[in-house]
Design a protein around this ligand. Structure first.
Ligand code: SAH
Ligand code: SF4
Ligand code: F3S
Length: 441
């Protein structure tokens, strides 16, 4: 039997696409290889959000090419956002690549690879004939957790961002299809779902006039499905976070007390240049509304430093907002120009050393605040969904709280079980504790 190996870069959207890629390959009769070295079909699901993932992919491809030289019937397939961004140029850049395909074209993978993954041909690109990965066969990594794609593409025009160019316009999946998938997942033993979209809060708008709905209604529909204990979603764009969604978060038992609310910058001037269409004040107002409705809410965010034209004064605004909100965690990025985006052509690019200095100061602040937030949980009891053994110490188990904090704890439970854990210690990213209630045998 020929065997495949998939290497995934990038966001949850790509991780979810990889589950479908694996499902498709298995349907073609391939088995999963334990490592790249043992595989005949090497698939790379790429990301191009910043320069770093591009470089990382190039390094991985180097190993793949060496493997192919030693064993010429090896097939190299490259999918995802970098493949879409480079399109036909990919074969010139990397002549050893056999198949290339864009993120919306996973459904066609079988046609290019042929039976048993032996045949090869050029791939297909283009955001015009995309299909939802959710309707393809799949290979889920965990039996009790699942991603559910609710939309593809993005209609925003954030000046720094390549995603609209590689994933196309926003297209929402119909509510009936989403609910049917979640119902199937629940019947399959899934307890936690994460609804995925580049902007979950604009979900449904493009279904008008056929279907009139909004994201809050979808949260309620998923909450009503028996067996689903936890509902998460990512990402909500602050500009579209409306009252019905906040109400649904507050009222639905299964919807977790966590929002990942990308800030990007705390300076209204930079936000405008970024085309985020909200101000610092509106963002802070939204945080207040969310916290008033959901008292125990955890807030995480994405922040970019060194966007073109960002002054020290602008950056200090970002630090102020970070301090004022007190995020539970943040992904921090150095601005990386992406060819073809509006910001890449802006004058006033910030020098590398200034970006470095700012990101270090930002990370310091973020970690200090997150540590404080986590320390405040010490002494309390948290409901933890068990995921498996701890990554650092196998004597401990690992899981996540409803607020999405990782907990390493002493106890005994099987992956997929919900247990109560008494928290006795905290770092800036994790909690530690002891199982409070013995699980029934
Ligand atoms: N659709 C999601 C974000 C997807 S990209 C959303 O809007 O929330 C994830 C994060 O990568 C973004 O929130 C942003 O902080 C960061 N990012 C995107 N483009 C970037 C760039 N050119 N340079 C640095 N960071 C970037
Ligand atoms: Fe990119 Fe902005 Fe769309 Fe997010 S909302 S994917 S940052 S363009
Ligand atoms: Fe995700 Fe990277 Fe594409 S962040 S949408 S895989 S460019």
């Amino acid at each position: 039997m020929r065997r495949y190996h998939v290497t995934t870069f990038g966001c949850q959207m790509n991780a979810h696409d990889s589950e479908r890629i694996k499902g498709m390959l298995e349907e073609l009769g391939l088995g999963e290889a334990p490592s790249q070295a043992d595989a005949d079909v090497l698939v790379f699901n790429t990301c191009t959000i910043r320069e770093k993932p591009d470089t990382k992919f190039a390094a991985h491809l180097g190993h793949a090419v060496a493997q192919k030289r030693a064993k010429p019937d090896t097939v190299i397939a490259v999918g995802g956002c970098y493949a879409e961004a480079q399109r036909e140029r990919l074969f010139t850049l990397y002549p050893d690549v056999d198949v290339a395909f864009g993120p919306g074209s996973i459904a066609h993978l079988g046609e290019w690879l042929g039976a048993g993954g032996a045949g090869v041909s050029r791939g297909r690109f283009g955001v015009d004939e995309r299909s939802f990965a959710g309707e393809l066969p799949m290979h889920r990594e965990r039996s009790f957790q699942a991603w559910v794609q609710i939309s593809m593409g993005c209609n925003s025009k954030c000046a720094y961002c390549i995603v609209p160019a590689v994933r196309g316009r926003e297209s929402s999946r119909r509510p009936g299809e989403i609910v049917a998938e979640v119902t199937r997942l629940a019947a399959d033993g899934v307890r936690e779902i994460t609804l995925l979209g580049q902007n979950v809060n604009s979900w449904g708008r493009d279904l008008l006039p056929d279907v009139k709905t909004e994201f809050g209604e979808l949260l309620r529909a998923c909450d009503a499905i028996p067996g689903i204990d936890r509902i998460r979603f990512t990402s909500p764009h602050p500009k579209d976070f409306r009252a019905p969604v906040i109400a649904a978060m507050a009222e639905c038992d299964a919807v977790c007390e966590h929002a990942h609310l990308p800030l990007q910058s705390g300076s209204s001037r930079i936000l405008k240049l970024m085309r985020r269409t909200y101000t610092r004040e509106r963002y802070l107002g939204l945080v207040d509304e969310l916290r008033a409705a959901i008292p125990d809410l955890a807030l995480t965010t994405d922040i970019i430093v060194g966007f073109p034209g960002e002054s020290e004064h602008d950056f200090e605004h970002t630090l102020e907002v970070v301090e004022e909100v007190g995020f539970d965690g943040a992904f921090t990025f150095v601005y990386s120009p992406r060819a073809g985006t509006e910001a890449a052509a802006m004058a006033d690019q910030v020098p590398e050393e200034v970006k470095r200095d700012r990101i270090e100061r930002l990370i310091d602040r973020v970690q200090r605040l997150a540590h404080e937030r986590n320390r405040a949980r010490v002494g309390g009891v948290e409901e933890v969904l068990v995921e498996g053994p701890s990554r650092t110490d196998h004597a401990f188990l690992r899981g996540r709280t409803r607020r999405n904090t990782t907990v390493n704890y002493a106890g005994s439970a099987l992956p997929g079980e919900l247990v109560d854990v008494r928290i006795d210690d905290a770092t800036s990213t994790t909690l530690r504790g002891v199982q409070a209630v013995a699980v029934a045998a």
